[in-house]
Design a protein around this ligand. Sequence first.
Ligand code: PBG
Length: 335
Amino acid sequence: MHLSSPTPFPQNRPRRLRRDAFSRNLVRESRLSAHDFIYPVFVHEGTNRREAVPSMPGVERLSLDLLLPVAEECAKLDIPVMALFPAIDAELKTPDGREAANPDGLIPRVVRALKKEFPQLGVMTDVALDPYTSHGQDGVLDDTGYILNDETVQVLVQQALAHARAGVDIVAPSDMMDGRIGAVRRALEAQQLIYTRIMAYSAKYASSFYGPFRDAVGTRGALGKADKNVYQMDPGNSDEALREVALDIAEGADMVMVKPGMPYLDVLRRVKDEFRMPTFAYQVSGEYAMIKAASAQGWLEHDAVMMEALLAFKRAGADGILTYFSLDAARLLRG
Ligand code: PBG
């Protein structure tokens, strides 16, 4: 093309602010810090026991003694909370998942040890039956295989009480039964456990991105081809997410969560805008595995993609992120 006369200059030049690092830093709207992270970890019985989870490169199941140095590292890096997930020995799994409520079970013992060694580090536990049931569902079944609501909630309440009595800071019901936040809150109040915080997995979708997590806690085999569609949310819905969050807040949740993360950023934004609650996103195992696998192939640049994905949660309205990248990202932020 032939340019004869000088082109009229653009009315606006948004690139001006992008020209130098200092001005990009100056006008950046969202930022990550180590304080944004909740680090999910997998724990199992024994001592000096470490097992890699092949579908989650860099993630291991650890016995308590090996978890303690990880907790110390979290505290050093200013990561505020560690979230515990158990891989339960097969012989303790039953159809009703009653081991979940054992006050001397794996999770209560790990909670007590962590709070004793690192009282300043927040500890969160998952309230759900799937690691404890022989069928891998998050609840008790009737004879047709349907997951019963109110019967399940009764066990969940006992599980939450066992964790709270062990001194956990945050209980996080991830089961998606109706009314469980209210039931747990009432039980905690009745026992004077008034400082136990509840982070509700409020909008938890029936997602195919949970596969590697099910490897980590050892429920994939038990579940087989079964799905969780009769309690977790339909991926096509987002008005429903707002109704779920509204119920959980009314029932006494202190914090709410959207899960999975990156495929549901629109839901995260809607929830934050509507309720202005402390709102969390769970970057789930499948999201982690995709980034790991693609970077192992050389198709994506690991650290850059990790930080971009995490920052996107902040931009979309998250107050914090549950992420398996917590340690890596916090170390990178240190420089
Ligand atoms: C179980 C639970 C799941 C996750 C957290 N808690 C899996 C499921 O609902 O089947 C998934 C986390 C992840 O994929 O990283 N109640």
